[in-house]
Design a protein around this ligand. Sequence first.
Ligand SMILES: [Zn+2]
Length: 325
Amino acid sequence: MLYYQATPTTAHKHQIMSLQKHSSPPLTFTAGPLDRDALARTNEKKFGTRLKSGKARIVIVWNQQHLISPNHRALILSYNEAARMIDLDTSLLVFLGIADEEPWFALGLPGSDTPPDVGKPAKFVMLNDVIALLPASEASTLAYARAMVIWHFNHLHCGRCGAATKISESGHSRICTNTACMYRSFPRTDPAVITLVTDGQRCLLGRQPEWPAGMYSTIAGFVEPGETLEETVRREVYEETGVMIDAVHYVASQPWPFPSSIMLGFRAKALSTAIRRGDDELEDCRWFARDEIDDFSDLGSTNIGFKLPGRHSIARFLIEDWRHG
Ligand SMILES: [Zn+2]
């Protein structure tokens, strides 16, 4: 059977991008500026033309870190700069998308004990450490580049036969080099649910022992094969807190490239309020009223007492959405 696939016009793409931007909540790592132009990924000629266009922008990732300049902006290299500064293997580039007619690529540098010298006043920094300082569009692009590069480094061999894999589709898949196998794998993102549970007046927050002192957050967990998202929400909340929940409503999502998650945010109504921790994930779990949340401090504050999760997390978004809703 043949399927007709319409090719989006430029106007259509702009409309899609505009809708995406306007419908996305103000969450870090969302509403990225790039048109991914996924239909062009198999067009090797276009890949080469874009790379050599003189407009190419290359995001370097080394040891899961990005180049950050002293003024806390991402240092993005031109093609010529990248070719001059590093051993640029263009076959390893990942096409990220187009923004303002500039094609963007990601390049993962081999791991090493010391950072590669790119000849610029910039340092390699973990994205988490500079989120608060970066413009939102840069944070989104770096998160995307980071997730793609980490996926490539973790899939150098075929999961089916163990042979080496090679990059394909402008960096958006890898294919096994064993001609008897040729298994193709695609960049993965692991879905995790994160839920604000409320009994109407209070919300349910817990804390893991390794979190910063005083920080409490919403209940989260990974989706398992064969589960709906709603089933995962019910299972995770019950396992971690013993609370039974009724209706589950989707609120928002957030890519979370540490290393490869998509956080799916929900709000759920409690059917029971007794807390009984069923696993060891949380060391404490409590109900908090809105006025109690008002007394929480920001993460990083030197105040003693309860603290909210970071401002760039969907957990914080869910709490604020409920608190002010
Ligand atoms: Zn294979």
